[in-house]
Ligand binder design. Sequence first.
Ligand code: HEM
Ligand code: HEM
Length: 176
Amino acid sequence: MDRRDYHPVSIALHWLMFLLFAAALLFIELRGNVPKGSPLRDVLRGWHVDAGLLVLLFAFVRVGSRVGFGGPKPIGPRLQAAAASALHGVLYLVMFLLPITGVVFSQAGGHDVALFGWTLPHLVAPNPALRTSVRDVHELLGNAVYFLVGIHALAALWHHFVVKDETLRRMTFKHK
Ligand code: HEM
Ligand code: HEM
């Protein structure tokens, strides 16, 4: 469904998703700076998983909100708008693929995966080869997020400050 602006629920979910991604990335980066053997490493890993699983949960709500309420087409020349739509599609995919690969490689490594202490059922049995390959995919995608969201955010700023169109404003609550 096309509409001229984003539904407030879609706007709220967009920025919630931004915060959850920032939290997941911050916790895993901090973990890298904590010496091996310190209990803080496991705490940060747990918080990374909590934030990541919330991404998955809200990804379903977000797609529901986008399909149910609709949203506007990107502003700009045809090719540029098509590139924006394609990048949005990739970002939606990543919201599902990152948490799913995270759960699969953790469980294939024999770890329990829990959301705020609630342990998820095991989808895969321990399997070291699966763990290594899916972890590689998770790390690749996780690192690609900096690049993808970076381009996405720069494009939004370019629309706002250079082209001076409605793109960034319509993703806020004060655009009317
Ligand atoms: C500083 C960070 C960010 C800024 C400034 C930003 C800005 C925007 C803006 C202005 C739009 C509207 C585009 C339009 O109307 O054509 C948009 C849409 C979108 N953003 Fe972001 N965003 C940011 C972070 C993120 C993150 C972290 C994600 C997810 C990983 C994300 C995913 C999306 C998606 C999927 C859409 C398309 C929505 C739709 O039409 O269905 N954004 N963003
Ligand atoms: C949107 C959600 C997520 C993002 C953006 C994300 C991103 C990342 C990134 C960037 C890394 C570091 C990669 C590296 O060291 O180069 C990482 C590692 C990791 N992620 Fe995620 N992740 C997400 C969700 C999850 C989930 C849901 C789980 C588990 C259920 C998970 C489990 C892990 C674990 C255990 C590591 C450490 C890997 C290791 O050092 O052995 N992640 N993630």
